[in-house]
Design a protein around this ligand. Structure first.
Ligand code: NAI
Ligand code: MG
Length: 357
């Protein structure tokens, strides 16, 4: 197949890790007979330096015309001046909004070879493989807010709203992903207290019964879920939840594998390109030193193939190559636990070398 991919390297370690992921994608294209074209565009601090704008129109246009987007990270101390009129992060928020990316996907997969990096005991964490779907453009973060009164009576409020349409589209997306995995979906809400959660629960149950009767479906309250995640993480396959609960639960879950440099994410809309990125930031403390772990970005490239291009075998091939590299004992410094470690480029090359059809 032909695909037109936009690369947004951004700041700090962004360019280093994105170029390793590009090499991996080029090798996949060669092995499986695809044609991927790459266009590198500006975002974040580097874009502010060059154009004054963290997300120039040219970048927006290129992203909209693409099949998928791979992002490194944005930001750094250079652009932290509080008096600056714009910040690198503004570019990231704007591109998500421009593309209508309402679903944030975070796989929490523990590679066997890294079990000992987890803060949890091996018998609890071993075999964990969860895919979170967090609703990203609705709920309390986008609800009406304000303040009234003064002094001790000054009061602030922020309201939470979800519509049937918003719930349906993310539940459908999560259920389809479940069908490609273990066929199990868990919806997380707070329906014992919150009205939007009751609408969420009712809508999700209907969509599942009508459209996905084959998917094993259950619901869990968010407070209980916070416990289950560190008590029995293996019991979950795909999890779908609203914006606020998803923000908190995905951060909790991302600590389970114990290595920031291994975790990818995706943001998807109903049609149009998806945006794929590592969950970590621009790591300015290690930029330009061959210390960055490119595996999160390489795994984000695998998600891109799976979710935007429906290239499932190709995605699995990348994940298998990453597992093979780890099985060979190759580690970047962040996952080396003090032992011998290799650099960013060596890690990228090792994945490319182990890729096979
Ligand atoms: P960070 O994730 O960049 O770094 C946290 C720690 O993890 C650092 O010690 C860093 O060296 C290490 N680390 C991160 N990724 C790594 C990798 N791939 N390999 C090896 N070590 C890695 O978070 P921090 O330091 O809070 O933020 C740095 C900058 O990144 C800030 O300007 C922040 O605003 C921005 N940021 C950007 C994000 C994005 O673009 N999506 C997300 C989070 C932060
Ligand atoms: Mg968060």
């Amino acid at each position: 197949m032909k695909a037109n991919l936009v690369l947004l390297p951004g700041d700090g370690i962004g360019p280093e890790i994105v170029s390793e992921a590009q090499r991996v994608l080029e090798k996949v294209a060669e092995l499986f007979g695809h044609e991927f074209s790459f266009s590198s565009q500006l975002i974040g601090g580097i874009s502010i330096d060059k154009t004054g704008d963290p997300l120039p129109q040219e970048t927006i246009d290129a992203c909209k015309a693409s099949d998928a987007i791979l992002l490194g990270a944005v930001g750094g101390p250079k652009w932290d001046d509080p008096s600056a009129k714009t910040r690198p992060e503004a570019g990231l928020l704007k591109i998500r909004k421009e593309l209508g990316l309402f679903a944030n996907l975070r796989p929490i997969r523990l590679f066997d070879q890294l079990v000992d990096s987890s803060p949890l005991k091996r018998d609890i964490i071993e075999g964990t493989d969860i895919l979170f779907f967090r609703e990203l453009t609705g709920g309390i973060y986008f609800g009406e807010s304000g303040r009234s009164g003064s002094g001790q009576d000054e009061t602030a409020f922020q309201s939470m709203a979800y519509s049937v349409r918003e719930v349906e589209r993310i539940v459908r997306m999560a259920a389809k992903a479940a069908q490609q995995r273990d066929n199990r979906l868990t919806s997380v809400d707070k329906a014992n207290v919150l009205e939007p959660s009751r609408l969420w629960r009712q809508t999700a149950a209907r969509v599942m019964a009508e459209e996905f009767p084959d998917v094993q479906y259950d619901v869990v309250l968010v407070d209980a879920m916070a416990m289950h995640l560190i008590n029995r993480p293996r019991d979950f396959d795909v999890v779908v939840t609203g914006n606020l609960f998803g923000d908190i639960l995905t951060d909790e879950a991302s600590m389970l594998p114990g290595s920031l440099g291994m975790l990818p994410s995706a943001s998807l809309g109903s049609d149009g390109p998806g945006l794929y990125e590592p969950i970590h930031g621009s790591a300015p403390d290690i930029a330009g030193q061959e210390l960055a772990n490119p595996l999160a970005t390489i795994l984000a490239a695998a998600m891109l193939l799976r979710h935007s291009l429906s290239l499932l075998d190709e995605a699995t091939a990348i994940e298998n190559a990453v597992a093979a590299v780890l099985a060979d004992g190759l580690r970047t410094k962040d996952i080396a636990r003090g032992g011998k470690h290799i650099g960013t480029k060596e890690m990228g090359a090792a994945v490319v070398e182990r890729l096979q059809k």
